[in-house]
Design a protein around this ligand. Sequence first.
Ligand code: AMP
Ligand code: ZN
Length: 458
Amino acid sequence: MSTPALKIYNTLTRTKEAFEPIDRNNVRMYVCGPTVYDYAHIGNARPLIVFDVLYRLLRHLYGESHVKYVRNITDVDDKINARAAQRGITIRELTEETNKVFQEDVRALGCLEPDVQPRATEHIAQMVAIIERLIASGHAYAADGHVLFDVPSMPAYGRLSRRSLDEMLAGARVDVAPYKRGDMDFVLWKPSKEGEPGWESPWGRGRPGWHIECSAMSWKHLGETFDIHGGGIDLVFPHHENEIAQSCCAFGRDVMANYWMHNGFLQVEGEKMSKSLGNFVTIHELLHTEKFGGRKWPGEVLRLAMLRTHYRQPIDWTVKALEEADSVIDDWGRATSDLTPTAPTESFLNALTDDLNLSQAIAEMHKLKKVDASALLACTQMLGLKLPHFHSSHVEIPDPEVSSSHTSVNVEDLISARLAARAAKNWAESDRIRDELAAKGIALKDNKDGTTSWEVKR
Ligand code: AMP
Ligand code: ZN
């Protein structure tokens, strides 16, 4: 089987391009990570899941040890300061607690850990070094304890977002400040007051702006130029535009990353899910509470619900979409139980390598369910989807009452007896059998088509 070539839609050129890594033995990807002041919402989960699938695909194509994925943790930010003060805890306590839940959330969503998860507060030295280079090369200036990037000093500014300076000025909420030379100039460093987090620097005690953090962390872990930079579509302007300005001007390069990839929004009733609009559901509450649709949702259901829409299209987040994903997961689980995975098929890989065409890839998986369930299992593993395990035959089940012995139960026989009881409207007997099985740790699930399947609850 030949390995299909990867094609990626590049926001820089607005076209789908053949992916050519700078070094096939060291394929490098940076994705902007969370600001750890509050639980992540399911909109934030979209880039986590999309770029995890890309990471898995890159590892499949180039070899596990030849891919480096960096996703940062922003642990210095004014939103963090405000939240810590409001809750009466230290900044460190807040960021540690939030990061811990974040890591649990992404694990539950089936995402692999990135190779490096750098923290902004551990890269202040790199930020200062980049700012010094920018000042020395005439792309930044210090004023009143602030350092600003001089936007008109970079003729290529606006290349990613394709906006002219006039359009940016018209569209952006511009902070007017006496220390700014140009309206679009943005903050690289700002002074910290007493009680605010701060680091000593050539410009006095202060803290970094948000954009410089990513330029510093990607430089430290991936070098001056790398392959793929990802994030949500809202980051194109100003965040990614500013990252490019900082890195290109500091290192005298034309490009920071060769391919820029952006996922579309997850929406609620046509609007972006966001903290500021208040229309958000956290990953944590979907996993652990029954607030959304009256039940808990396993990570793999959330993951599949996300992957069924092309990553660049908007997704409308509904309970119905979760129910549909849930039934597909069950269906695939039942079809693949007790099988050993073989390998993802060529048509599946062709779809995935075509700019992550997951709708096509999933359509292939539905076909495989009928003809080659072992290959289907390999495809689900490639997508990082954990399937529930449904047993199909006679098994040994530990008897909770006699812990040293094992009782052999023919579950299928009991299920048949229960179906017969139900057909005879003997509900007492039907419930008794359900309870007998439940006591042995076996959960029954009645399906729409009149059959019953079961799984062992761990
Ligand atoms: P933030 O914490 O807002 O910086 O967001 C973290 C990541 O989630 C960024 O890559 C954002 O682009 C992405 N993101 C935020 N909201 C959404 C949304 N509603 N849909 C998809 N991606 C989002
Ligand atoms: Zn970033």
